[in-house]
Design a protein around this ligand. Structure first.
Ligand code: FAD
Length: 909
């Protein structure tokens, strides 16, 4: 594998522009290029070495490259992070979705990645580093000027939210082996509580005034010639990053700021200073640590004399603070002198001398807007960390981390500028500090996603009962605690029907189950179904912020829980309906699209009838998806909710045959929704298709599911499977067929799929279940012909090996035949599950309806067809997709139908 986009090349090609932008002088720029060239050389050599020797040979690389082991380790991690070393596993910690998407085109770091405002911690390192000044920060957000961005990727590289190489986690001190270690605080030399002796500082600073005093001492002693800190901005309590060059200005910056501020964005301006101090939150320190390692630090890092970190448990932004003051204290920021958190209470000191205090619990809802997903409480990548947690009022807790930090602090002590008291490791202060630090770690590391119990594989392959068994209330309690209740929840937009997921989870957490159920049903009338079969891993859970931190919230499991809880408690909650509108709407097809559309219209007061070809509703849910994944009882129960909304069901009505749309118009229906799915099986074009023992997955699954062949002879439809069943395909249909065949008695079931595991469209959970059940997979293999015996019974299948070529229009890599690799496998049943097409029965009966070249109905974005009263959605529009996308389409069309009918009939009345 080769690194497609060289940052060196991009930077060199744009040299003139970069120098004009003024961040780099020519010599500095050349140094950056030299350093980057070295890094790219290491990367290239490591990749080559893996390709040559099949593994990383560290001693060889060390002698060849003449660099440190740490540098090699970091480079390896960097390569892994960007997918160059897939064989070594591991996804990026943050931005992993973006990287997967970018991989399709170009896997080098791309500026698009840092745009995610939900991940941004506001340190500003991207702004300080961008060589062309394409990134700006204003009013709390970062903007990238696409016009001038040269996509060099340096912003991503330095971002503390992008991966943080483990090799950098060790302390900077050479003699760190002598430093104390405590799991929750990482490495430190000493911890104590301290206070300034300077009255002026006490007046304005928070707690013990340690940061201001240390900076004052450093200016005095000529240890620094500047300090990057935050000060109050134009609005009270609204912090601004500033660079202080005079000791006299220090007092203006003292005090609590309660937020992250993009402090590093000021960085490049002060590269002329020889010895600066940087004060900031853990994420800022993390960014600095990365800058210290990557060859990007010149001239941004070498001039740092001391790093002072601030303890951080939660942060607030200006608008939230304003809201807090207004809602909880009926005051305005202008009246506030300073704020403080101490011993679980939040204090507000007003200019008029009054002090208000409130339990911190009460203001939780206003927090979390800053760096809420960092597990670092005590700013571990610093020389000294300072904070209020663990110390008495008027004192600060101090961690000394490096030798440099110790010497620095000692000077302030020697000059009597600071006094200190010990914190014993068995003291109350130490315990409370540890508890909070541990809680931070626990929130993100120990609280793993709940694992749903399931039937044991050896037992479940002998029955058709459901495989996963649902969550217990205790599991729900744990899982809901993990939800961060994001300010801008991406999960809602990741869900095609836009369920208000955070509110739903919050209600579950509070054990308000009825309310949670209503919240869910307001957007989704089929939660028991979606909780079981939605591919959450590519929808709501994929965009969940927690995904970037390890494991997403189990949204699907929680959805299933609430629906099962409703059934278990024999409740039947349905949302309220609008007053009847006396307008008839026909919905054709009782699949997820039709059911959702019908439900939405009924809630809106329309008189809805569903016409369904089969004798039961549910569409693919009932005839395609097997009982062990989705029990039929559940579909029945969810359809009953619709009946409670007065939706009428007309079964055994094939529209286009039994009745036409014209007939329905004559019967008084004023609008039509077509949700007839895409149920026409697609067959392979290979010789031997008509042999006995070759079946379509559709027929096989319909017989088993709808006709209950799995209960033969209790039900009179049999379905026969042989000993060795081969299923062709890699989607849900193929997997469902394979697992059904196993339960019907097959001794061996093999899935033959022409692409690789990574391209399989089946739900991940089903794939894992299939593996557990002993289904075999032959990837990159395609059938050539089916071979039969003299009684025309299939006995073998000839297959050919495939390899992956360039991506096709679906974005997946196209499988290409490896000529001469054909071989034969034994089989006595072949099930073809390679997909389905549009069923023409209905569409043929409406000749004026515009279809695309594959026979799917063409609609606008609201589901309206070229015939004004006819709407459509679901698989018959998109081709085979998912339950939830069909539901989303049904919902959108219902709103469009309402609008159409309102305009045409109701406004006139
Ligand atoms: P359908 O579900 O196909 O429903 C269409 C309905 O219209 C049917 O009931 C049909 O009988 C009826 N109909 C057809 N023609 C007429 C007519 N002329 N008159 C009256 N009625 C008519 N998706 C997931 O999200 N997760 C999964 O795990 C999953 N597994 C699947 C497993 C299998 C085996 C299959 C085949 C699909 C699976 N899918 C899955 C895909 C998903 O089921 C479909 O995308 C979804 O059901 C499409 O919904 P729909 O309402 O558009 O159509």
């Amino acid at each position: 594998m080769e690194i497609k986009r060289s940052r060196v090349k991009i930077l060199t090609d744009n040299k003139e522009r970069i120098l004009k932008a003024g961040k780099f002088k020519e010599a500095e720029f050349n140094k950056l290029i030299d350093d980057l060239s070295n890094v790219e050389l290491y990367q290239k050599r490591i990749i080559e070495s893996i390709e040559e020797y099949g593994s990383i040979d560290n001693p060889r690389l060390l002698s060849e490259l003449g660099t440190s082991e740490k540098e090699i380790d970091c480079t390896i991690e960097y390569l892994k992070e960007f997918g160059y070393l897939d064989a070594y596993g591991g996804l990026p910690r943050f931005f992993n979705t973006e990287i997967q998407n970018l991989k399709k085109y170009d896997i080098s770091p791309n500026v698009k990645i840092i745009r995610d405002s939900n991940l941004c911690c506001g340190c500003g390192s991207c702004v300080s580093l961008c060589p062309v000044s394409a990134i700006t920060y204003s009013r709390g957000t970062f903007e990238i000027d696409e016009e001038i961005c040269i996509r060099c990727g340096l912003c991503y590289t330095c971002c503390p939210r992008s991966f943080f190489p483990k090799a950098l986690d060790a302390p900077e001190d050479e003699d760190y082996k002598n430093t104390k270690f405590s799991e929750q605080f990482n490495y430190y030399r000493d911890v104590f509580t301290a206070q300034t002796t300077n009255n002026d500082i006490t007046q304005v600073a928070q707690d013990g005034g340690i940061v201001t005093t240390l900076l004052k001492m450093a200016f005095h002693q000529n240890l620094i010639d500047g300090a990057l800190v935050v000060t109050e901005g134009l609005k009270p309590l609204n912090p601004l990053p500033v660079f202080i060059e005079r000791e006299e200005d220090l007092l203006k910056t003292a005090g609590t700021k309660y937020t992250n501020s993009p402090i590093l964005k000021e960085f490049y301006k002060y590269r002329e200073c020889k010895k600066i101090a940087v004060v900031g939150t853990p994420c800022i320190m993390k960014a600095l640590k990365k800058l210290s390692f990557y060859p990007l630090h010149i001239p941004f890092y070498d001039n740092i004399a001391i790093k002072i970190g601030l303890l951080c448990s939660e942060s607030f932004d200006y608008s939230e603070i304003t809201k807090l003051l207004k809602d909880e204290f009926q005051s305005t920021p202008a009246e506030v002198r300073k704020m403080d958190i101490n011993k679980g209470r939040f204090f507000i000191y007003n200019n008029d001398g009054t002090v208000l205090d409130i339990p911190i619990k009460k203001i939780k809802k206003y927090g979390r807007l800053g760096c809420f997903f960092c597990e670092d409480l005590t700013a571990i990548h610093t020389d000294i960390s300072v904070g209020s947690i663990g110390s008495d009022a008027g004192w600060s807790t101090v961690f000394i981390r490096t030798k440099k930090g110790a010497e620095f602090f000692q000077k302030a002590l020697d000059l009597n500028m600071i006094v200190k008291k010990k914190i014993e490791e068995d003291s109350k202060s130490f315990t409370s500090l540890s508890r909070i630090a541990k809680f931070k770690l626990k929130s993100y590391e120990e609280l793993h996603r709940v694992k749903m119990k399931q039937q044991d594989p050896s037992i479940r392959i002998t029955n058709f009962e459901e495989v996963p068994l649902g969550l217990t209330e205790e599991m729900v309690e744990i899982e809901t605690q993990r939800c961060l209740q994001c300010g801008n929840p991406l999960c809602i937009s990741g869900c095609p029907v836009n369920i208000k997921i955070p509110q739903f989870i919050k209600l579950l957490k509070q054990k308000k189950y009825i309310e949670a159920l209503y919240k869910m049903k307001a957007d989704n009338l089929l939660p028991a179904i979606c909780g079981r079969v939605c591919p959450q891993e590519i929808q709501c859970e994929q965009v969940c912020i927690m995904n970037g931190l390890g494991e997403p919230i189990a949204i699907g499991h929680l959805e299933r829980f609430i629906a099962d809880w409703e059934r278990k408690n024999k409740l039947k909650e349905c949302p309220e309906c609008a007053a009847p509108k006396e307008i008839k709407v026909a919905v054709i097809g009782a699949g997820p699209a039709g059911l959702t559309c019908a439900g939405e219209l009924a809630m809106n007061g329309y008189d809805v009838t569903i016409f369904e070809a089969f004798h039961a509703g549910g569409g693919v849910l009932i005839y395609g998806i097997p009982e062990f994944r989705l029990p039929k009882e559940i579909i029945k129960s969810e359809i009953e909710t619709l009946e409670m909304l007065n939706v009428k069901m007309e079964y055994n009505s094939i529209i286009g045959k039994t009745l036409t749309i014209e007939d329905l118009r004559d019967m008084g229906f004023k609008a039509f929704f077509i949700g007839v799915g895409a149920g026409l099986p697609i067959f392979l074009k290979v010789p031997g298709l008509s042999l006995n023992g070759v079946l379509s997955a559709n027929e096989f699954l319909t017989r088993s599911n709808l006709m209950k062949a799995f209960r033969f002879p209790d039900y009179d439809t049999p379905v026969k499977v042989g000993k060795i069943v081969t299923v062709i395909g890699g989607g849900n249909t193929a997997l469902d067929s394979a697992r059904t065949a196993l339960r019907l008695g097959a001794e061996k079931v093999v899935i033959v799929y022409r692409r690789s595991e990574a391209e399989m469209p089946a739900r991940k959970e089903e794939y894992h279940h299939a593996l557990e059940e002993g289904i075999k997979f032959q990837f990159l293999t395609n059938p050539v012909r089916f071979i039969g015996d003299d009684k025309d019974k299939v006995t073998q299948m000839e297959v050919i090996k495939m390899k992956l070529g360039e991506p096709d229009e679906s974005g997946r890599r196209r499988p290409v035949r490896i000529e001469g690799s054909e071989y034969v496998i034994n089989t006595d049943t072949i099930i073809i599950g390679i997909g389905t097409g549009a069923n023409p029965i209905l569409t043929k009966s409406i000749p004026e309806l515009i279809l695309n070249k594959w026979g799917y109905i063409e609609t606008d974005e609201n589901g309206q067809t070229n015939i004004e009263d006819v709407f459509a959605g679901g698989d018959i529009v998109t081709g085979s997709a998912t339950v939830i996308t069909a539901m989303g389409a049904g919902k959108i069309a219902a709103h469009a139908i309402d609008k159409y009918l309102q305009g045409k009939y109701l406004k006139m009345n």
